[in-house]
Design a protein around this ligand. Structure first.
Ligand code: GTR
Length: 393
């Protein structure tokens, strides 16, 4: 009887037949090799990685997110006002940072709200790219939201910064007519011109410019965070701006953490139809043909190496496809090995409630729908408490 046992188990639970190891499932997706240089040779150590890194960034710029113009019109200047030194019952200092476009023809400004814990000399910081209504990031704290639990971050010794993405560029098809794009109204757009995700990521870097200059912030410990379209942006911001010590993608799905090849739910064809302005025009060439894209999204996550990356999923968020987000993190991990680090240390395909925090890429699968919640933030705090190198408080 004994040898037949596994057979009966499979009869009772046929779904087990479909479950392979994460490594097998990654193999089945037929992904581009993150370590393979365009010359065909394979990167085997950290000194060779910058060359491959540069190639991957160029492909994402050309084919997916578009190229930020290298143009003095993008120069900025920043002003800061301390609104309160006793915010949150004396626990935090509240600053309003305004980033002005230096171009005379523009009155565009980006406002960053920043709470800094009063009990910490040089605080690590989470910078949220807020793609939801500004009421989720109320500086007066009259309205509180799970989306940005600023009090929780302060309790844990983190500064809480937030940028409203629509301050940089509108989140609609008229994006080019306003915000930062307005400065280039006279420059014809090409198939590689930047989309709004790249513009928002550019805005995140301008916030980082300020955070680097504020002595109350530990600028070597700033983590950029985003949910969904904000999560796609956080990964791209972290990829191109290596001053960020970490990037968090919460349920970023298509064109974020989720692999395009073999993905369920939203496809490149869907996203480029509904949100064409998020990307450069070239990205539409891959609608229905993800296998032709010369990169896949694991290579976006890999651009964080050796810095920290976090991918979060929710089990009912099938449009994002949790399995493809998780496998994106798995497939990014070999790059961390070049640095003698472990990327995602997983325990097999995640179940609801799985939390993988051991390696330099963190992951969790929360129960529930598409959202950024206090439960997600608590996981981010646990992970960064464990891995972020902080100056002494
Ligand atoms: C959806 C879009 C997703 C995701 C989401 C969001 O409609 O298809 O890619 O970005 O919006 O930002 O909440």
């Amino acid at each position: 009887m004994k040898p037949l046992f596994p057979f009966f188990v499979l009869l009772l639970f046929p779904s087990m037949l479909a479950i392979g190891s994460p490594a097998d499932l990654v193999k089945q997706r037929g992904l581009p090799d993150v370590l393979k240089l365009q010359s065909g040779s394979i990167v085997t150590n950290e000194n060779q990685w910058p060359q491959r890194r540069g190639e991957i960034v160029k492909i994402f710029e050309k084919e997916v997110y578009g190229q930020v113009p290298s143009n003095s019109r993008l120069n900025t200047r920043t002003s800061v006002v301390t609104l309160a030194t006793n915010a949150m019952g004396g626990k935090a200092t509240l600053k309003r940072v305004t980033i002005h476009s230096a171009a005379a023809e523009s009155s565009n400004t980006i406002q960053m709200t920043l709470f800094i814990p009063n009990s910490v000399r040089s605080s690590p910081c989470f910078l949220l790219l807020n793609n939801r209504p500004a009421t989720n990031a109320d500086p007066s704290r009259v309205q509180k939201s799970d989306f940005w639990p600023a009090e929780l971050l302060i309790e844990h010794g983190y500064a809480a910064a937030v940028m409203q993405v629509t301050d940089v560029a509108a989140d609609n098809k008229n994006s080019w007519d306003g915000g930062i794009f307005r400065l280039f109204a006279d420059v014809p757009r090409t198939s590689e011109s930047w989309g709004t995700l790249a513009a928002w990521a550019w805005g995140a870097s301008r916030c980082m410019d300020y955070l680097e200059s504020d002595k109350a912030i530990d600028s070597s410990a700033v983590v950029v965070v985003g949910h969904s379209r904000g999560g796609k942006t956080a990964l791209w911001a972290g990829a191109i701006d290596q001053r960020f010590a970490g990037a968090v993608s919460n349920e970023s799905g298509s064109s974020g953490a989720a692999l395009a090849r073999g993905k369920k739910g939203e496809q490149i064809a869907d996203i480029t139809k509904t949100f064409p302005y998020w990307f450069c025009d070239n990205y539409r060439n891959y609608a229905g043909k993800p296998e032709l894209l010369p990169v896949d999204q694991h290579e976006l996550i890999a651009l964080m190496a050796p810095r920290l990356a976090y991918v979060a999923s929710a089990n009912e968020d099938l449009w994002s496809d949790p399995a493809s987000e998780f496998l994106g993190a798995v497939a990014a991990s070999p790059v961390y090995s070049l640095f003698g680090l472990r990327g995602l240390v997983e325990g097999g395909m995640p179940q609801v409630g799985s939390v993988f925090h051991e390696g330099a890429i963190g992951y969790h699968l929360r129960a529930g729908t598409h959202n950024l919640t206090t439960e997600d933030w608590n996981h981010f705090i646990d992970f960064f408490d464990r891995h972020l190198t902080r100056k002494q408080p």
